[in-house]
Design a protein around this ligand. Sequence first.
Ligand code: NDP
Length: 274
Amino acid sequence: MSKLFKGTIELANGVKMPQLGLGVYKMIDPEQTVEAITYAIETGYRAIDTAAIYENESETGEAVRHSGVSREELFITSKVWNTDQGYDATLRAFENSLEKLGLDYLDLYLTHWPVSDKYVDTYKAIERLYDEKLIRTIGVSNHHAYHLEKIFVKANVAPMVNQIELHPYLTQEPLRAFCKENGIAVTSWSPLARGKLFAERTLLQIGERYGKTPAQVIIRWHLQNNLIVIPKSVTPERIRENSEVADFELLSEEMNLINSLNRDERTGTNPDMY
Ligand code: NDP
């Protein structure tokens, strides 16, 4: 049985998004970034999650071009940063991102944070990009249910993805249920809680049963919850490790044990701050 996970999730318009991707936040060193992304694609990753604010869209584009994998097989996500929100500014920001990436379309473009008074206009601009077929799917990030409800009133096409902080210390069950009811797939950011979970006995014990690391157990928990998951690593062995999760399955009691680690604890900002 192959260890490499290659599953997809079908989004509301029928496009299939890889369920496991590489996050590239805090990949700062240009050479290391190109190497890490190229390695990930060689390993079998087909989705890369970048953002204008990460300042590595050029390196992402370079890795995509050098990977030898055709553009159509890859799923590239980027996000409009807070200072570029509003209708016209978002359209300009998208053009900049596309230019830096050296691509002529994106697979998914997201509002990075719901900047108050602007996020609905930002979404309307992203909707225009979708209508113009410059992006294949459309979504948001860090939106609570009340933000999404405001968007539903104004939008012709509902968001297909909401990318939120989500891991066993922050399981986000109410927001996940809301997204499910509304046909929105959820992507987990900081899926490993940036390493804070690795010493958890529950995860170590479950991992021992399958010969897997805590990181692999956590990634498997996201996948079995039908979440899209984008762990970040610049380290080749970890990039590979994080994708070798297709050869075991957590039992429902193990899923429940991991669910019970929830503390509603964020590693990042609460979206209400914006
Ligand atoms: P993660 O939870 O993915 O953790 C990343 C950290 O864990 C890094 O320090 C990495 O180290 C380490 N790590 C990764 N794999 C392993 C492993 N197998 N064993 C041990 N350590 C490991 O945190 P992120 O905050 O980076 O989140 C992932 C992605 O989510 C981001 O890269 C970004 O794409 C997205 N994101 C989106 C946000 C949003 O607002 N929409 C906000 C934050 C993140 P190293 O790299 O040194 O190997």
